[in-house]
Ligand binder design. Structure first.
Ligand code: DGY
Length: 285
Protein backbone atom coordinates (compact mmCIF):
# COMPACT_ATOMS: atom_id res chain seq x y z
CA UNK A 1 0.00 0.00 0.00
CA UNK A 2 1.42 3.36 -0.99
CA UNK A 3 1.39 5.69 2.01
CA UNK A 4 1.93 9.42 1.88
CA UNK A 5 3.01 11.06 5.14
CA UNK A 6 3.02 14.82 5.47
CA UNK A 7 6.25 14.82 7.44
CA UNK A 8 8.77 12.37 8.91
CA UNK A 9 6.83 11.42 12.03
CA UNK A 10 9.02 10.58 15.06
CA UNK A 11 10.23 7.17 16.12
CA UNK A 12 11.22 3.97 14.35
CA UNK A 13 7.71 2.68 13.49
CA UNK A 14 7.44 4.66 10.25
CA UNK A 15 10.24 2.52 8.74
CA UNK A 16 7.87 -0.46 8.77
CA UNK A 17 5.89 1.05 5.93
CA UNK A 18 7.25 -0.55 2.78
CA UNK A 19 6.10 2.09 0.32
CA UNK A 20 6.29 5.45 2.01
CA UNK A 21 6.56 8.91 0.55
CA UNK A 22 7.08 12.03 2.64
CA UNK A 23 5.54 15.17 1.20
CA UNK A 24 3.62 18.13 2.65
CA UNK A 25 0.02 18.41 1.47
CA UNK A 26 0.83 21.80 -0.05
CA UNK A 27 3.07 20.06 -2.59
CA UNK A 28 0.18 17.98 -4.01
CA UNK A 29 -0.89 19.82 -7.14
CA UNK A 30 -2.17 16.93 -9.26
CA UNK A 31 -4.24 13.78 -8.61
CA UNK A 32 -2.35 10.92 -6.97
CA UNK A 33 -4.27 7.71 -7.77
CA UNK A 34 -1.38 5.62 -6.40
CA UNK A 35 -1.83 6.80 -2.78
CA UNK A 36 -3.97 4.52 -0.59
CA UNK A 37 -2.86 5.61 2.88
CA UNK A 38 -2.36 9.13 4.19
CA UNK A 39 -0.72 10.22 7.46
CA UNK A 40 -1.57 13.74 8.61
CA UNK A 41 -1.28 15.74 11.82
CA UNK A 42 -4.85 17.04 11.91
CA UNK A 43 -4.53 18.55 8.42
CA UNK A 44 -7.45 18.76 5.98
CA UNK A 45 -6.94 15.97 3.42
CA UNK A 46 -7.33 16.90 -0.27
CA UNK A 47 -9.75 14.02 -0.99
CA UNK A 48 -10.30 15.22 -4.57
CA UNK A 49 -6.62 14.53 -5.36
CA UNK A 50 -6.57 11.08 -3.75
CA UNK A 51 -9.14 8.94 -5.59
CA UNK A 52 -7.81 5.58 -4.30
CA UNK A 53 -7.50 6.61 -0.65
CA UNK A 54 -8.49 3.86 1.82
CA UNK A 55 -7.28 5.20 5.15
CA UNK A 56 -6.28 8.45 6.82
CA UNK A 57 -4.17 7.76 9.92
CA UNK A 58 -4.23 10.93 11.98
CA UNK A 59 -1.15 11.58 14.13
CA UNK A 60 -3.01 12.84 17.20
CA UNK A 61 -6.28 12.37 19.01
CA UNK A 62 -7.92 15.53 17.72
CA UNK A 63 -9.20 15.32 14.16
CA UNK A 64 -11.19 18.55 14.05
CA UNK A 65 -9.66 19.62 10.73
CA UNK A 66 -10.55 16.36 8.99
CA UNK A 67 -13.99 16.17 7.40
CA UNK A 68 -14.96 12.73 8.67
CA UNK A 69 -18.40 12.90 7.04
CA UNK A 70 -16.81 13.46 3.61
CA UNK A 71 -14.40 10.59 4.33
CA UNK A 72 -17.34 8.34 5.30
CA UNK A 73 -19.10 9.18 2.07
CA UNK A 74 -15.96 8.18 0.16
CA UNK A 75 -15.55 5.01 2.26
CA UNK A 76 -12.24 6.24 3.68
CA UNK A 77 -11.40 4.96 7.17
CA UNK A 78 -10.08 7.58 9.60
CA UNK A 79 -8.00 6.59 12.63
CA UNK A 80 -6.43 8.59 15.46
CA UNK A 81 -4.04 7.97 18.37
CA UNK A 82 -5.97 7.90 21.65
CA UNK A 83 -4.40 6.79 24.92
CA UNK A 84 -0.71 7.23 24.20
CA UNK A 85 -0.43 10.94 24.95
CA UNK A 86 -2.56 11.23 28.09
CA UNK A 87 0.40 11.31 30.48
CA UNK A 88 2.34 13.84 28.40
CA UNK A 89 -0.62 16.19 28.15
CA UNK A 90 -1.63 15.83 31.80
CA UNK A 91 1.99 16.54 32.80
CA UNK A 92 2.00 19.69 30.69
CA UNK A 93 -1.29 20.85 32.22
CA UNK A 94 0.31 20.49 35.63
CA UNK A 95 3.48 22.23 34.49
CA UNK A 96 1.34 25.19 33.41
CA UNK A 97 -0.80 25.12 36.56
CA UNK A 98 2.36 25.25 38.67
CA UNK A 99 4.04 27.84 36.46
CA UNK A 100 1.03 30.15 36.54
CA UNK A 101 0.10 29.63 40.18
CA UNK A 102 3.67 30.01 41.48
CA UNK A 103 4.59 32.78 39.01
CA UNK A 104 7.59 30.81 37.75
CA UNK A 105 7.90 32.44 34.32
CA UNK A 106 7.36 35.89 35.77
CA UNK A 107 10.14 35.22 38.28
CA UNK A 108 12.44 33.98 35.53
CA UNK A 109 11.89 37.23 33.61
CA UNK A 110 12.61 39.33 36.70
CA UNK A 111 15.88 37.51 37.31
CA UNK A 112 16.96 37.70 33.65
CA UNK A 113 16.22 41.40 33.43
CA UNK A 114 18.33 42.10 36.51
CA UNK A 115 15.26 43.04 38.53
CA UNK A 116 15.93 40.70 41.46
CA UNK A 117 17.81 42.50 44.18
CA UNK A 118 18.17 39.53 46.48
CA UNK A 119 15.22 40.45 48.66
CA UNK A 120 12.82 37.56 49.22
CA UNK A 121 11.01 37.96 52.51
CA UNK A 122 8.66 40.82 51.78
CA UNK A 123 6.94 40.53 48.39
CA UNK A 124 6.27 38.52 45.24
CA UNK A 125 4.00 36.06 46.98
CA UNK A 126 1.94 33.57 45.06
CA UNK A 127 -1.04 31.57 46.24
CA UNK A 128 -0.21 28.06 47.39
CA UNK A 129 -1.32 25.21 45.16
CA UNK A 130 -1.84 22.70 47.94
CA UNK A 131 -5.42 22.73 49.15
CA UNK A 132 -6.77 24.69 46.16
CA UNK A 133 -9.81 23.68 44.17
CA UNK A 134 -9.06 22.41 40.67
CA UNK A 135 -11.86 22.44 38.09
CA UNK A 136 -11.41 20.03 35.19
CA UNK A 137 -13.45 20.78 32.07
CA UNK A 138 -13.74 17.49 30.20
CA UNK A 139 -13.23 14.28 32.14
CA UNK A 140 -12.02 11.92 29.46
CA UNK A 141 -8.69 10.11 29.55
CA UNK A 142 -6.58 13.27 29.85
CA UNK A 143 -8.91 15.00 32.32
CA UNK A 144 -8.87 11.90 34.52
CA UNK A 145 -5.05 11.74 34.30
CA UNK A 146 -4.92 15.35 35.52
CA UNK A 147 -7.28 14.44 38.39
CA UNK A 148 -4.97 11.56 39.34
CA UNK A 149 -1.99 13.92 39.53
CA UNK A 150 -4.04 16.38 41.59
CA UNK A 151 -4.19 13.88 44.47
CA UNK A 152 -0.47 14.37 45.03
CA UNK A 153 -1.00 18.10 45.48
CA UNK A 154 -3.92 17.58 47.88
CA UNK A 155 -6.23 19.45 45.56
CA UNK A 156 -9.99 19.33 45.81
CA UNK A 157 -11.10 18.28 42.35
CA UNK A 158 -14.29 19.27 40.56
CA UNK A 159 -15.03 18.07 37.06
CA UNK A 160 -17.57 18.76 34.40
CA UNK A 161 -18.53 16.96 31.25
CA UNK A 162 -21.70 16.05 29.47
CA UNK A 163 -22.61 13.27 31.88
CA UNK A 164 -21.76 12.73 35.52
CA UNK A 165 -19.60 9.63 35.97
CA UNK A 166 -18.87 7.42 38.92
CA UNK A 167 -15.40 8.40 40.14
CA UNK A 168 -13.52 8.94 43.34
CA UNK A 169 -11.24 11.43 41.64
CA UNK A 170 -13.58 14.43 41.85
CA UNK A 171 -17.07 15.86 42.31
CA UNK A 172 -19.33 16.67 39.39
CA UNK A 173 -20.45 20.26 38.75
CA UNK A 174 -22.25 22.00 35.92
CA UNK A 175 -19.72 24.05 33.90
CA UNK A 176 -20.77 27.46 35.22
CA UNK A 177 -20.73 26.30 38.83
CA UNK A 178 -17.30 24.70 38.34
CA UNK A 179 -15.87 27.94 36.91
CA UNK A 180 -17.22 29.96 39.82
CA UNK A 181 -15.97 27.54 42.47
CA UNK A 182 -12.46 26.73 41.23
CA UNK A 183 -9.12 28.36 41.97
CA UNK A 184 -7.59 26.59 38.99
CA UNK A 185 -9.38 25.58 35.81
CA UNK A 186 -7.93 23.24 33.20
CA UNK A 187 -9.58 22.41 29.87
CA UNK A 188 -9.53 18.93 28.33
CA UNK A 189 -12.37 18.71 25.83
CA UNK A 190 -12.00 18.03 22.10
CA UNK A 191 -12.86 20.78 19.64
CA UNK A 192 -16.33 20.10 18.23
CA UNK A 193 -19.17 22.40 17.16
CA UNK A 194 -20.45 22.11 20.77
CA UNK A 195 -17.17 23.14 22.40
CA UNK A 196 -16.17 25.87 19.92
CA UNK A 197 -15.90 28.98 22.16
CA UNK A 198 -17.33 26.99 25.06
CA UNK A 199 -15.46 29.30 27.41
CA UNK A 200 -16.89 32.60 26.23
CA UNK A 201 -16.71 36.06 27.76
CA UNK A 202 -19.67 35.36 30.06
CA UNK A 203 -18.03 32.20 31.38
CA UNK A 204 -14.60 33.79 31.74
CA UNK A 205 -16.30 36.40 33.91
CA UNK A 206 -17.45 33.64 36.27
CA UNK A 207 -13.85 32.84 37.22
CA UNK A 208 -12.76 33.88 40.69
CA UNK A 209 -10.42 36.83 41.07
CA UNK A 210 -6.88 35.47 40.79
CA UNK A 211 -7.99 32.11 39.38
CA UNK A 212 -5.55 30.33 37.06
CA UNK A 213 -6.93 29.20 33.73
CA UNK A 214 -5.01 26.57 31.74
CA UNK A 215 -5.89 25.43 28.24
CA UNK A 216 -3.87 22.56 26.79
CA UNK A 217 -6.74 21.69 24.42
CA UNK A 218 -7.52 23.56 21.19
CA UNK A 219 -7.29 27.35 21.31
CA UNK A 220 -10.72 27.75 19.72
CA UNK A 221 -12.41 26.34 22.86
CA UNK A 222 -11.75 29.68 24.52
CA UNK A 223 -13.36 32.70 22.93
CA UNK A 224 -10.20 34.65 22.39
CA UNK A 225 -10.54 35.86 18.81
CA UNK A 226 -6.92 35.69 17.75
CA UNK A 227 -6.33 32.28 19.34
CA UNK A 228 -8.53 30.89 16.57
CA UNK A 229 -5.76 31.63 14.12
CA UNK A 230 -3.23 29.40 15.89
CA UNK A 231 -0.22 29.77 15.90
CA UNK A 232 -0.76 33.55 15.95
CA UNK A 233 -0.72 34.64 19.55
CA UNK A 234 -2.74 37.73 20.51
CA UNK A 235 -0.56 40.71 21.38
CA UNK A 236 -2.67 41.27 24.50
CA UNK A 237 -1.62 37.86 25.86
CA UNK A 238 2.03 38.40 24.94
CA UNK A 239 2.08 41.50 27.12
CA UNK A 240 0.70 39.91 30.30
CA UNK A 241 3.36 38.85 32.83
CA UNK A 242 1.06 36.31 34.52
CA UNK A 243 0.30 34.40 31.32
CA UNK A 244 2.40 31.38 30.33
CA UNK A 245 2.33 30.60 26.60
CA UNK A 246 3.65 27.51 24.88
CA UNK A 247 3.67 26.23 21.31
CA UNK A 248 1.80 22.97 20.57
CA UNK A 249 3.45 21.04 23.43
CA UNK A 250 0.73 18.87 24.97
CA UNK A 251 1.95 15.57 23.57
CA UNK A 252 5.54 16.69 22.99
CA UNK A 253 7.42 13.99 24.83
CA UNK A 254 9.57 11.51 22.95
CA UNK A 255 7.60 8.63 24.45
CA UNK A 256 4.20 10.03 23.50
CA UNK A 257 5.15 11.14 20.00
CA UNK A 258 6.86 7.82 19.17
CA UNK A 259 3.86 5.91 20.52
CA UNK A 260 1.60 8.04 18.33
CA UNK A 261 3.62 7.08 15.24
CA UNK A 262 3.48 3.43 16.38
CA UNK A 263 -0.32 3.61 16.49
CA UNK A 264 -0.49 5.44 13.14
CA UNK A 265 1.59 2.67 11.55
CA UNK A 266 -0.34 -0.15 13.25
CA UNK A 267 -3.58 1.30 11.90
CA UNK A 268 -2.14 1.53 8.38
CA UNK A 269 -0.77 -2.01 8.51
CA UNK A 270 -4.12 -3.33 9.76
CA UNK A 271 -5.93 -1.74 6.83
CA UNK A 272 -3.28 -3.08 4.43
CA UNK A 273 -3.85 -6.61 5.77
CA UNK A 274 -7.61 -6.21 5.49
CA UNK A 275 -8.06 -6.22 9.29
CA UNK A 276 -10.20 -3.73 11.22
CA UNK A 277 -8.29 -0.59 12.28
CA UNK A 278 -7.18 -0.48 15.93
CA UNK A 279 -8.41 3.00 16.79
CA UNK A 280 -10.91 4.11 14.17
CA UNK A 281 -12.56 7.48 14.31
CA UNK A 282 -14.90 6.20 11.73
CA UNK A 283 -14.92 2.88 9.89
CA UNK A 284 -16.63 1.69 6.80
CA UNK A 285 -20.29 1.11 7.58
C1 DGY B 1 -3.86 15.74 19.66
O1 DGY B 1 -3.69 14.55 19.95
O2 DGY B 1 -4.85 16.11 19.05
C2 DGY B 1 -2.84 16.71 20.09
O3 DGY B 1 -3.09 17.98 19.60
C3 DGY B 1 -1.46 16.26 19.70
O4 DGY B 1 -0.55 17.03 20.42
Amino acid sequence: MKVLATRRYPGPALHELADLEIAPLASLDAPRPDVEGLVVANEPPPLQLLPSLRVIANFGVGYDRIDVAACAERGVVVTNTPGVLDAATADLAFALILAARRRVVEGDRIVRSGGWTGSWADSGFAEELTGSTLGIVGFGRIGAAVAGRAQGFELRVLYTQRHEVETELGEYRELDALLAESDLVTVHVPLTPDTDRLIDARRLALLRDGACFVNTARGEIVDEGALVAEPDVPAELLGLPNVVLTPHLGSATRQAREAMTRLVVDNLLAIERGDPPLTPVLSRA
